[in-house]
Design a protein around this ligand. Structure first.
Ligand SMILES: NC(=O)c1ccc[n+]([C@@H]2O[C@H](COP(=O)([O-])OP(=O)(O)OC[C@H]3O[C@@H](n4cnc5c(N)ncnc54)[C@H](O)[C@@H]3O)[C@@H](O)[C@H]2O)c1
Ligand SMILES: [Zn+2]
Ligand SMILES: [Zn+2]
Length: 380
């Protein structure tokens, strides 16, 4: 038993009170985990664009006050009733989508869309009792994606926690808890490019560059990076991206530019922007007959995907994925082991490190399109 098990833990959290306004670091009370839940001590967290979208709440459902954060690494502090596969002290990665192990999706080899624990961006409470585990002076604070990692302690459903190799450095593998696994898996598990093929990646943030890394691992010979921010191209050179296209440099749709560069279209494309025009372009730039496009970016809730049906009839495939189709509990530990055996690097994705007290800087970097991932050290 840990000395805090069963007790309310007062600790620091970064609370978001209003859309687009700086987070406020303040004391919150974190209730003990209930049935099938686990309370973890967050060691490191980072900012993913999905946090930023819901914090800005432009074109998303606003829900405040809220504790954001879903890309992180931590250590189990205590466990709730019925949790049998995790113990105090285990090293874990929380994931925004879970794996109950029982439902049709969890039993299917093809899906990671668990019926019980799949991503829900509008829910601010825990599943078991519809209540929040966070409060300030008795007033509840909303959770985000069931993870809320911008807090020294958080409560997560045990099905949303991957137990990982305790030797893995948490200050690096924390970025596998969302963005990097998502990009890697979108290419390796969903787009599945063949050796020697061409792959276009839309959006060269951390998710897109992880998708490019997946294309490199799969043996793609051309990796075309597409971004509106020219600063991204310098960084992307370290990731095996072979050619760059900035849609702003052209006075015709970027899908036409790419089709011309590739004799009719790329074999695969992976969209990692969240921008609806980029989604349509990513689909329309794949070759007819065999091309596959994979959507990863999180769109505005009212966005509508429009293309001519003939583009599909011409034997192009459109797919989408959450978390790169990885099942968090079953598959994520082996992604961590792939990193440990040097199949890919994480270091080059980490461009900034800051103490928790400066968390708002991570938002500024992402808003300016500066750098890739910013690691936030919870103990500094
Ligand atoms: N499906 C999932 O499971 C999942 C998981 C994690 C993140 N995401 C989403 O993936 C996206 C990328 O996340 P990130 O953290 O790498 O973000 P990021 O902000 O670091 O990178 C996004 C990049 O897209 C570029 N971009 C935006 N609009 C564009 C356009 N029209 N054409 C070309 N480039 C454009 C930006 O300049 C930026 O470089 C976000 O939408 C995020 O919400 C989805
Ligand atoms: Zn994310
Ligand atoms: Zn399930």
């Amino acid at each position: 038993m840990s000395t805090t098990a069963g007790l309310v833990i007062p600790c620091k959290a970064a609370v978001s009170w209003e859309a687009g306004k700086p987070l406020v670091i303040q004391q919150v009370e974190v209730a003990p985990p209930q049935a099938m839940e686990v309370r973890i001590k967050i060691k490191y967290t980072s900012l993913c664009h999905t946090d930023l979208y819901f914090w800005e709440a432009k074109g998303q459902t606003p829900l405040f006050p809220r504790i954001f954060g879903h890309e992180a690494a931590g250590i189990v502090e205590s466990i709730g009733e019925g949790v049998s596969d995790l113990q105090i002290g285990d090293h874990v990665l929380p994931v925004f989508t879970g794996e109950c192990g029982e439902c049709g999706h969890c039993k299917s080899e093809e899906s990671n869309m668990c019926d019980l624990l799949r991503i829900n961006t509008d829910r601010g409470v825990m599943l078991s009792d519809g209540k929040s585990r966070f409060s300030i002076n008795g007033n509840p604070i909303n959770h985000f994606l069931g993870t809320s990692t911008f807090s020294e302690y958080t409560v997560v459903h045990s099905g949303c926690l991957a137990k990982i190799n305790p030797l893995a450095p948490l200050d690096k593998v924390c970025i596998l808890s969302c963005g990097i696994s998502t990009g890697l898996g979108a290419t390796l598990n969903v787009a599945k490019p063949k050796k020697g093929s061409s792959v276009a990646v839309f959006g060269l943030g951390a998710v897109g560059l992880a998708a490019a890394e997946g294309a490199r691992i799969a043996g793609a010979s051309r990796i075309i990076g597409v971004d509106r921010n020219p600063k991204r191209f310098e960084e992307a050179k370290k990731f095996g991206v072979t050619e760059f296209v900035n849609p702003k440099d052209h006075d015709r749709p970027v899908q036409e530019v790419i089709a011309e560069m590739t004799n009719g279209g790329v074999d695969r494309s992976v969209e990692c922007t969240g921008n609806i025009d980029a989604m349509v372009a990513a689909f329309e730039c794949v070759h007819d007959g065999w091309g596959v496009a994979v959507l990863v970016g999180v769109p505005n809730k009212d966005a509508v995907f429009m293309t001519k049906p003939i583009n599909l009839l011409n034997e192009r495939t459109l797919k989408g994925t959450f978390f790169g189709n990885y099942k968090p509990r079953t598959d994520l530990p082996s992604v961590v082991d792939m990193y440990m055996s040097k199949k890919f690097e994480l270091e080059k994705f980490i461009t900034h490190r800051i103490p928790f007290s400066e968390i708002n800087k991570a938002f500024e970097y992402m808003l300016k399109g500066e750098g890739l991932r910013c690691i936030i050290n919870m103990e500094d």
